[in-house]
Write a protein that binds this ligand. Structure first.
Ligand code: HEC
Length: 208
């Protein structure tokens, strides 16, 4: 009886390991024939922030409409909070969400509506040796924002990398707009939230 339970447990653990192959490989993405397969499961990664560029504040057509929910893979998050840098193999997903409503019972504002796109950036020496900073940029978003492509090829460096190289705070990543990353940089266990000196940033007095 005991043996049966134990062997059941072993099977369950082995099955789980098999499903979680990317964790073992250390990469949360798959490149196939130079193409990035559309990553899945990223809404269960670490959420780092939501910049918003509403269409009506950008002549009706924001470059990346409208809310941008950004996630980092768990292994790269661990590395970031320990070492304060992006490891080789980092992937960040940016999921685009429309402004669904401009008013709620809480007041006027921008409230999230529908999912309308998906972008990604990956740092990898192995796959992108020639890209600036080894970062490559991808989009799965269709022109009408209604469907997502199953795969994506990297944009030429001049389409994306330049802007990120010049204006982003940390190694091509706009950490200045992601408080989870800026407060959590090298903060170790305190990066997880609720600790006094990572609740408030220094501009607000450092927190007690
Ligand atoms: C005009 C400058 C500019 C260009 C060009 C640009 N980006 Fe960005 N990108 C930003 C800014 C600013 C942010 C953070 C704020 C935001 O999302 O609005 C960002 C954030 C991102 C993020 C989230 C992770 C991160 O690095 O902060 C991804 C993914 C991304 N961009 C993909 C792309 C792709 C794909 C292209 C090329 C098609 C591209 N970007 C071109 C300015 C740019």
């Amino acid at each position: 009886m005991k043996f049966k339970i134990l062997s059941g447990l072993v099977i369950a653990v082995v099955a789980q390991l098999a499903i979680a192959t990317p964790v073992i490989a250390g990469e949360y993405f798959t490149m196939n024939d130079g193409k990035l397969e559309r990553p899945t499961g990223y809404r269960e990664w670490i959420y780092v922030g939501t910049p918003v560029t509403p269409n009506d504040m950008n002549n009706g057509k924001a470059a990346f409409p409208e809310h941008h929910n950004v996630y980092i893979d768990p292994k790269s998050w661990s590395h970031w909070k320990e070492h304060g840098e992006f490891r080789d193999g980092t992937i960040l997903m940016k999921e685009l969400v429309s402004v669904g409503s401009k008013a709620a019972v809480s007041g006027a504002g921008c409230f999230q509506g529908e999912f309308i796109g998906l972008e990604a950036t990956i740092k990898s020496k192995k796959h992108f040796a020639d890209e600036p900073g080894n970062w490559a940029y991808f989009s799965f978003t269709s022109k009408d924002h209604k469907t997502l492509a199953p795969t994506a090829t990297a944009f030429p460096a001049e389409s994306c990398n330049g802007c990120h190289a010049n204006a982003a705070a940390d190694d091509f990543v706009f950490t200045q707009y992601y408080p989870v990353l800026s407060a959590g940089k090298g903060a170790g266990k305190k990066a997880s939230g609720g600790h006094s000196d990572t609740i408030m940033n220094s501009a607000m007095g450092g927190g007690q």
